[in-house]
Design a protein around this ligand. Structure first.
Ligand code: SF4
Ligand code: SF4
Length: 95
């Protein structure tokens, strides 16, 4: 099976360094109050990763801007989400 990283490599990104367009509002809510941690398995790009303590690491570099994580976090509304600034983020080659 083709790995997700290999698929993502087929997309082109211009990462907006220092301006992540998504962030977790309160990391403690993820670790302490969110048992489902749905973001860690719904993100098609695997941007959300939980460690053994339940802390979430969000890496937005591969983000496809689908918006799923913002919607799935509807119990806690703990994801702040905006589109990357113009010219950044995913550049659809075949889109
Ligand atoms: S679903 Fe929301 S609150 Fe739960 S771990 Fe993910 S970002 Fe945190
Ligand atoms: S917008 Fe989509 S691809 Fe980006 S982090 Fe959220 S779920 Fe993952």
């Amino acid at each position: 099976m083709i790995k997700i990283e290999e698929k993502l490599f087929q997309n082109r990104y211009r990462v907006d360094e220092g301006h992540p367009h998504i962030h977790i509002i309160n990391p403690e809510v993820c670790a302490d109050n969110c048992s489902a941690q749905s973001c860690t398995y719904v993100c098609p790009a695997g941007c959300y990763v939980a460690d053994e303590k339940g802390d979430i690491t969000l890496t937005t570099d591969g983000c496809l801007e689908c918006g799923t994580c913002r919607i799935i976090c509807n119990d806690h509304h703990n994801v702040a989400w905006e589109y990357p600034r113009g010219g950044h983020g995913i550049l659809f080659k075949f889109g």
